[in-house]
Write a protein that binds this ligand. Structure first.
Ligand code: NAP
Ligand code: MG
Length: 462
């Protein structure tokens, strides 16, 4: 039986599908709980030696992994593009980011220092100790990039890693495991287990020898993992959903804001947790903005991910496409629509809607597909209040030529990762993560290391 999700239970195997053609790319054995246990045992055994590898040597190995990823970048990008349906140009950018993330965190082992704090009768010293075995559970939208955001800092801090990629897109993670071994990373330090989330994922969350879980995915699964992890008081970092606002004030450079808006919501076919899927436009410029946006949406190139000129590929599965389509209901009016190929492939044209009622699902819920919802506002206070009227708080943008207003609004928004006169959220050197139900903890930048270390305090009586 072929499931609508694209993952078929062919015995104990995972059927990996190309979402642009609906063809099977390959079948893999699906890991079970005993495979998860074996991976944790390997990671636990290798932790004893990895944590004591001299910081400079750990740095060298991470640099080598980054260089090996770069050397295989074209193949890795093709594989990612084919499996996730993403444009090849985007895939190359993501694989470049994977290599750069290893290079960035290669700078960390030699800079992980503590503090010396004089106290009455002695001195305290603090140490950032590795935690042990870190388990990463990752999604299908940016498969290898998001994996690297966890693998690189976790290894840099002296932990060992078990990674469970999404069943829909496990291929580049498995390649990374091979590449890292080739680059000289000791056996058992980084382990990939491809299997079902409710089986392998939950096993890792429950496992007494796993010290920390980093989960990237839906808010629903994140809550479940958080509750389960509490049973063993595991450390948890959660990168979850979003419903980010792209706020365009009347004093903004309207052409720039409109030109940047489509890629901020239709990039990766909208399957992006920091998609600016609510576009808030000051009422006086609404008509002009919609004209510009509609022109941009109509000219988007949607099609073959392997074509270098393609801007948007298909959605990940037929089931996901049905979910996305369900947002075009009686509560919304379509105001602009691009084009998409006929099947096969899970295509969906980029679409702009306005809500007919305040209760429209497209306003409140994360769509995770190429639908932008445009809303008018009157004045700064209303913009802030609409933007914050969500359970999420991942990212957002502010477009204005008034610098004081930009900072005022940025401070008032309940979101972790904001940009002014840009929709760019993710940079390797800066922290990324959410407020409210978008998650807890931060990825990337120097701060991510705090989430892969335990702070130890030693008092010495003098
Ligand atoms: P998902 O269903 O939550 O799955 C994410 C990962 O969790 C997959 O590897 C999945 O395994 C696994 N999983 C599922 N159920 C599990 C369970 N009970 N215990 C442990 N692991 C479990 O999310 P998705 O559908 O892949 O991705 C879409 C969602 O992720 C969106 O809501 C999006 O906003 C969010 N997301 C957030 C970020 C961020 O950085 N904030 C980034 C990307 C995506 P299998 O699917 O393989 O079974
Ligand atoms: Mg899922």
């Amino acid at each position: 039986m072929r499931l609508e999700t694209g993952v078929a239970p062919v015995g104990d195997s995972i059927e990996v599908i190309d979402p642009a053609t609906e063809q099977v790319i390959t079948r893999l054995p699906s890991a079970g709980p005993e495979d998860a246990d074996r991976a944790v045992a390997r990671a636990k055994a290798s932790f004893k030696t990895w944590r004591d590898v001299a910081a400079g040597d750990r740095a060298t190995l991470l640099r080598r992994v980054g260089a090996a990823v770069e050397a295989h970048a074209t193949d890795l990008a093709r594989l990612e593009s084919r499996n996730a349906g993403k444009p090849i140009g985007d895939a190359l950018g993501e694989i470049g980011m994977v290599a750069a993330t290893f290079a960035y965190y290669a700078g960390a082992p030699e800079r992980l220092t503590g503090k010396t704090i004089p106290v009455p009768g002695g001195v305290n010293m603090t140490f950032k100790e590795p935690m042990g075995v870190v388990a990463l559970i990752t999604p299908w939208n940016f498969p290898l990039a998001i994996a690297s955001w966890g693998v690189a800092p976790a290894l840099a801090a002296g932990n060992t890693v078990v990674l469970k990629p999404a069943q829909l897109t496990p291929l580049t993670a498995l390649e990374l495991e091979r590449t890292a071994l080739e680059a000289g990373l000791p056996e058992g330090v980084f382990n990939v287990v491809a299997g079902q989330g409710s089986v392998v994922g939950e096993r890792l969350v429950d496992h007494p020898d796993v010290a920390k879980i980093t989960f990237t995915g839906s808010t629903a699964v994140g809550k479940r993992i958080s509750a389960r992890a509490a049973r063993t008081v595991k450390r948890v970092t959660l990168e979850l959903g979003g419903k980010s606002a792209n706020i365009v004030f009347a004093d903004a450079d309207l052409e720039r804001a409109a030109a940047a808006a489509p890629s901020a919501v239709f990039g990766n076919a909208g399957q992006d947790c920091c998609a600016r899927s609510r576009i808030l436009v000051e009422r006086s410029v609404m008509d002009d903005f919609l004209d510009l946006l509609s022109t941009g949406v109509a000219s988007m190139r949607v099609g073959d991910p392997m074509d270098e000129t393609t801007e948007m590929g298909p959605l990940i599965t037929a089931e996901h496409r049905s979910k996305v389509a369900s947002f075009l209901d009686d509560d919304t009016t379509v105001v602009a629509r691009g084009t998409a190929p006929e099947g096969p492939g899970f295509w969906f044209a980029p679409t702009v809607v306005t809500p007919n009622s305040p209760g429209a699902r497209a306003v409140a819920e994360e769509i995770f597909g190429p639908i932008a919802c445009v809303l008018p506002f009157d004045g700064e206070d209303e913009a802030i209040s609409i933007a914050n009227d969500t359970i999420y708080g991942l990212s957002g943008s502010i477009w204005t030529e008034n610098g004081a207003r930009a900072l005022r609004v940025a401070r008032a928004l309940e979101a972790g990762t904001l940009s002014v006169n840009s929709n760019w959220s993710v940079r390797i050197a800066t922290p990324y993560g959410g407020f409210k139900q978008s998650g807890t903890g931060r990825a990337l930048g120097p701060d991510a290391l705090d989430y892969y270390t335990e702070l130890k305090n030693v008092y010495i009586a003098t």
